[in-house]
Ligand binder design. Structure first.
Ligand SMILES: Nc1ncnc2c1ncn2[C@@H]1O[C@H](COP(=O)(O)OP(=O)(O)OP(=O)(O)O)[C@@H](O)[C@H]1O
Ligand SMILES: [Mg+2]
Length: 299
């Protein structure tokens, strides 16, 4: 659905983005992961033409976006800015209504859509008349998400949408994010520098360094088949937890009653560990997981 070919952006001598190519399938969640300054935001901004590329091509639904009018292009793309990017002098309601206003929706339609979204994102209607700085960081990020989703665009670009949150709030929002129906039918590119978040939310990951993509693949591919030392070093911290989260029950060929093959070893462990009657299954799960790891290492 989205196709990026040999894309570069140079600012003077700085190669912010240096010849990257990747594809995103429809309804997929692709993560751009990498250290600060590696070119993630620049890449995202080229996708909705806030920044014009130095070289390269971008296609969305087989259309060359560099030949499209930016205003038309942006109607199909929701953008969640880094640090939520809400306008401080607009109320929450005014922030969310920016796109509906551009699209000349009538008042009733806008209000209906806003209250629907607020409910889905667990925000009280009372906030509509409040300025963003009165809200907590987590609430502000939800408003940023509501603003991006309001016109139901098929593509969503998210720049560190959960960046400023503490770990507890982050875990809660991650769970909501995965459960939200509105997001399941979107094609999403999400930027983060948080490895755990990338593994939790991404179908595939592009790991970037100094403007280049070092490796792209599923979380399991990056973990078990790292292309070089940069990749394995990047994933070194909390490696075991990442492995639990990226290996599926189907991968280790174990049947455990009540769980299907698409569940991660992590989620099965979490549910079995507090149930004393199922400790034998827990042991079987662990032993199959370690066998799988050994097998991967020797392949
Ligand atoms: N307008 C600009 N002019 C000059 N250099 C720029 C400009 N925008 C970005 N850069 C440089 O391009 C590089 C990539 O920046 P970018 O914002 O894309 O990084 P990032 O991966 O999003 O980083 P972070 O995780 O800190 O947000 C950096 O070296 C940055 O200083
Ligand atoms: Mg950035």
């Amino acid at each position: 659905m989205i196709k990026v070919e040999h894309l570069s952006k140079h600012f003077g001598n700085v190669k912010a983005v240096d010849d990257i190519s990747f594809n995103v399938n429809e309804h997929e969640n692709l993560i751009l992961l990498g250290t600060s300054g590696c070119g993630k935001t620049t890449t995202l901004k080229m996708l909705n033409r806030l920044i014009e590329p130095t070289h390269g091509k971008i296609y969305i639904n087989n259309k060359n976006i560099l030949e499209q009018q930016p205003e038309i292009l942006r109607r199909g793309i929701g953008y969640v800015l880094q640090n939520n990017g809400l306008f401080p002098h607009y109320t929450v309601g005014e922030n969310i209504a920016i796109v509906p206003q551009l699209l000349k929706w009538d008042k009733k339609q806008t209000e209906h859509r806003m209250s629907e979204l607020l409910e889905k994102l667990h925000l009280s209607k009372d906030y509509l008349n409040v300025y963003p700085n009165k809200l907590s960081g987590g609430q502000q990020q939800r408003v940023g998400l509501a603003r991006a989703l309001v016109a139901d665009p098929p593509v969503l670009l998210m720049d560190e949408p959960f960046g400023a949150l503490d770990n507890v709030t982050k875990a809660k929002i991650h769970a909501e994010f995965k459960a939200l129906d509105e997001l399941k039918k979107k094609t999403i590119i999400m930027v983060t520098h948080d490895v755990q978040e990338a593994f939790e939310l991404g179908d595939r990951i592009c790991l970037m360094d100094a403007g280049k993509i070092v490796q792209q693949g599923t979380p399991a591919e990056l973990l078990f088949k790292p292309k070089n030392k940069f990749v394995s070093d990047f994933l070194q911290e909390q490696r075991l937890q990442l492995e639990f989260r990226s290996v599926l029950l189907g991968d280790i060929k174990q049947e455990i009653s009540g769980f299907d093959e698409n569940e991660t070893v992590w989620s099965v462990m979490e549910k079995l560990k507090s149930n004393g009657d199922r400790s034998a299954e827990f042991e079987r799960l662990m032993s199959a997981f370690y066998q799988y790891k050994q097998h991967q290492a020797h392949e």
